[in-house]
Design a protein around this ligand. Structure first.
Ligand SMILES: Nc1nc2c(c(=O)[nH]1)N[C@H]1C(S)=C(S)[C@@H](COP(=O)(O)OP(=O)(O)OC[C@H]3O[C@@H](n4cnc5c(=O)[nH]c(N)nc54)[C@H](O)[C@@H]3O)O[C@H]1N2
Ligand SMILES: Nc1nc2c(c(=O)[nH]1)N[C@H]1C(S)=C(S)[C@@H](COP(=O)(O)OP(=O)(O)OC[C@H]3O[C@@H](n4cnc5c(=O)[nH]c(N)nc54)[C@H](O)[C@@H]3O)O[C@H]1N2
Ligand code: SF4
Ligand SMILES: [Mo]
Length: 698
């Protein structure tokens, strides 16, 4: 690869960096990409001196990043150099889950893993299950050689639903894909509705555009049960009950219809099912929605007026609102709104949930589903991994976990832990750190970090492609995920040429030739994809009808309601005397899911596992600020510190996520309480559809 920057040259993450480390030299800068599961996908610049990463900054040349990183990733070098980094392959000798390991060589580990997988696959390849999510969003370390390996093996397929499928399938049914406004155009919007998102905490670079809009006179409205730091900075906060967003969306439609704030021409030309949607919306006068949402009717009426009369109006929808039973329907109802008022006509109007459908990634080349050779393995839903591992009819016998920490992040921990603790389950974990999941490994393999490996990234919050070059040598014997699967493939006797592709070649195969400007990507670390300014100004939705599908024939064909509806939570507030409080467990600002919980300086900011509770709910239980509490329901108990907080509304508590169990009190976290029930659309988890009781704890 020809390199225009003064960056180290290397063929693969496994190559040696010792030649650079040996001589004192000028600092060099290496361009990269933030790997984390965050919509912002920042461009990074790492300064390396004598083989050591000495500084990590946002790339000022990348407009979306603007030279700014969040607090978390500005500590990435601290994380990289952490004393607990896994630096050699480990084999379990203690009981499952005890985290007792002895070091072994890579050859010993890989030979044994390959032999074990081979033996299981000879009986039933589907007894092997990969488990991965977005610990890195990189296409190479997240969805390339690993997928080739499991496709060739014929392993069970994993339905990767843990975060976003309810909302993203809702977008696909309604708009035709994970597409929408370009994020930079929010800066020119006159009304921004931030719906189910704490942008300051979890989408900081979007917030910069929202602030620019605000300075130019835009009104900002936040729709969130929690009074987040984002809600604090908006002009209006609508603190609805969890899982009631569809009711609010229908009441807005009701008012748009009643006041004729409609774009009749847009509705006639570019939408499908308007008459039926109109009829349904007319059943939702604001008073009805106010009762369901637990917010003042006047607030709904005022938002409808703002939305109906301000142009351009934009909605930043985020995944926080779709982690409930009706999350898919709610996202569909909200996605209908821009078409009612013709907001899509303007590039700064419309909606954005995810931009990830904007990228023409060549997934067939990366993942090689053709290696299945006609086999159709069963699919296991990652959101119900607890139940899946306890299944006895056709049990999972081997589990390979990478880029994920399921023991901490998956719902209903008691079952997840019981599954991972099975003595007859062979578990391989590729990790950077000794996480809760790592403790259950039979083999624990040390993984490289983003500073140490190649990758290529798209984004779900902007529309650029980023290249990540390794800046430093892997710590100890750490190896990239792609290297591990390449080595396993060799030992399994998989001899297709694609199993020889190195990590850099995998970067190149992510896009078909000519689709992106790879030269520019190499030169500056990022490149754009060609996209329209206002994608649906003249319709042209990528749905089967080419219209915004209020009515989805595809959903109807599956026996589902073709129109969006309000689908109440499984665990509706007020329905249970035993468990009267609704609990949501949104991200903590200084953690990224369960990543960074072990970084001392960041954990110090978050303090301890925390339950935010309204003063009235606390008083009714004799709970004082800072008291230890027991949060419980029929699934489990979690002890944590109560904070009497103005961020909580009455009836809703917030168990801030996602602590490592072993760093929390009693070795638990909030997922002791969450359920494995799935969303209406997309088979997603319902983390925020959860009733609990809270009491003082000794
Ligand atoms: N700092 C930080 N950033 C992150 C993450 C993190 O853990 N920490 N996680 C990353 C990941 S994996 C994702 S998926 C993205 C997006 O992650 P999101 O889940 O969109 O995260 P948030 O932006 O925190 O938005 C969640 C918000 O939704 C609110 N909410 C909960 N229930 C409801 C509801 O029923 N209706 C409405 N309207 N709101 C509700 C919560 O109170 C919270 O403020 O963020 C990413 N960025
Ligand atoms: N209660 C509750 N639970 C939730 C949520 C919630 O809001 N509330 N949010 C949910 C959401 S939105 C999501 S996305 C999931 C996230 O769940 P996960 O995808 O499991 O995310 P993390 O917890 O960040 O764990 C990622 C792990 O990948 C590792 N990793 C990073 N890079 C690499 C690499 O290159 N190689 C290898 N081998 N490992 C690597 C990190 O060290 C880290 O331990 O959690 C879900 N769980
Ligand atoms: S976590 Fe998000 S905001 Fe922070 S550096 Fe990474 S992409 Fe940027
Ligand atoms: Mo997520």
């Amino acid at each position: 690869m020809s390199d225009l920057q003064a960056t180290p040259m290397m063929a693969d993450t496994s190559s040696s960096f010792s030649s650079q480390g040996s001589q004192a030299s000028q600092p060099v800068t290496v361009r990269g990409a933030c790997p984390h599961d965050c919509p912002d996908t920042c461009a990074l610049v790492t300064t390396v001196q004598d083989g050591v990463a000495v500084k990590l900054q946002g790339n000022p040349a990348h407009a979306h990043t603007g030279g700014v990183l969040c607090t978390k990733v500005s500590r990435y070098i601290e994380r990289n150099n952490h004393a607990d980094r896994l630096v050699q392959p480990l084999r379990r000798f203690g009981p499952k889950g005890a985290g007792q390991f002895e070091p072994v060589t890579w050859d010993v580990a890989l030979d044994d893993i390959a032999a074990r997988l081979k033996a299981i696959a000879a009986r039933d390849p589907e007894a092997v299950l990969p488990y991965s999510y977005a610990g890195t969003m990189g296409l190479v370390q997240g969805e390339s050689m690993d997928r080739r390996f499991f496709h060739k093996l014929g392993a069970s397929l994993l339905d990767r639903t843990i975060c976003a499928t309810a909302g993203s399938e809702a977008m696909t049914y309604t708009l035709g894909g994970k597409v929408g406004m370009r994020v930079e155009h929010f800066a020119e919007s006159k009304l921004i509705v931030i719906w189910g998102s704490n942008s300051i905490g979890s989408n900081l670079h979007f917030w910069r555009h929202a602030q620019a809009a605000k300075r130019a006179g835009a009104r900002l409205v936040c729709i969130d049960p929690r009074k987040t730091e984002t809600a604090d900075k908006c002009d209006e906060h609508i603190a609805l009950m969890p899982g009631t967003d569809a009711a609010l969306a229908f009441a807005l439609m009701h008012e748009l219809i009643r006041n004729d704030w409609l774009d009749h021409d847009y509705l006639a030309q570019h939408t499908l099912g308007w008459d039926a949607l109109r009829e349904r919306a007319l059943q939702w006068p604001p008073a009805r929605a106010a009762a369901v949402c637990g917010v003042p009717e006047a607030q709904i009426v005022a938002l409808a007026r703002d939305y109906g009369t301000t142009k351009p109006a934009a909605i930043r929808l985020n995944y926080g609102m779709q982690r409930v039973r009706g999350g898919g329907n709610a996202a569909r109802a909200i996605a209908c709104l821009p078409a009612l008022v013709g907001a899509w006509r303007h590039r700064s109007g419309g909606l954005l949930l995810s931009s990830s459908g904007s990228f023409p990634v060549d997934r067939a080349a990366l993942q090689r589903p053709d290696l299945l050779a006609g086999r159709k393995p069963r699919t296991v839903n990652m959101s119900t991994i607890g139940d899946a591992l306890l299944e006895t009819v056709r049990p999972v016998e081997a589990l390979v976990v990478y880029n994920s920490n399921p023991v901490a992040v998956a719902p209903e921990s008691a079952k997840v832990v019981a599954g991972f603790a099975r003595e007859d389950l062979f578990t391989v974990v590729l990790e950077q750190f000794p996480t809760d999941t790592a403790d259950y490994a039979d083999y624990l393999l040390p993984a490289t970090t983003q500073l140490e490996h190649w990758d290529i990234h798209t984004s779900y919050g902007h529309t650029d492609v980023l290249l990540n070059r390794p800046a430093i040598a892997p710590r100890g014997e750490a190896r990239s995920n792609a290297w591990v699967f390449r080595e396993l493939a060799r030992r399994m006797g998989f001899d297709e040429p694609c199993f020889a592709d190195d990590d850099e070649a995998l970067c190149r195969s992510a896009f078909a030739p000519g689709v992106i400007d790879f030269e520019q990507l190499q030169a500056q670390g990022f490149t754009t994809v060609a996209l329209p300014e206002a994608p649906f100004a003249a319709g042209g939705f990528p749905t089967p009808s080419g219209k915004c599908e209020f009515f989805s024939a595809r959903l109807a064909a599956q026996g589902m309601d073709g129109l969006p509806d309000h689908v109440p939570n499984y665990e509706t507030a007020g329905s249970s005397a035993a468990f009267p409080l609704a609990m949501i467990s949104p991200p903590a600002r200084n953690f990224l899911n369960s990543t960074f919980v072990n970084v001392t300086s960041l954990r110090a900011i978050e303090g301890e596992p925390l339950l935010e509770i309204h003063a009235d709910d606390a008083a009714a239980r004799g709970i004082v600020d800072g008291a230890m509490v027991r949060v419980f329901n029929g699934r489990g108990t979690h002890r944590c510190r109560a904070e009497i907080s103005r961020r909580a509304r009455p009836g809703v508590v917030h168990g801030m996520g996602i602590w490592w169990r072993k760093l929390g009190f009693d070795g638990t976290n909030v997922n002791e309480l969450t359920s494995q029930r799935l969303t209406d659309i997309g088979r997603g988890p319902t983390f925020y559809d959860c009733l609990v009781q809270v009491e003082k704890s000794a």
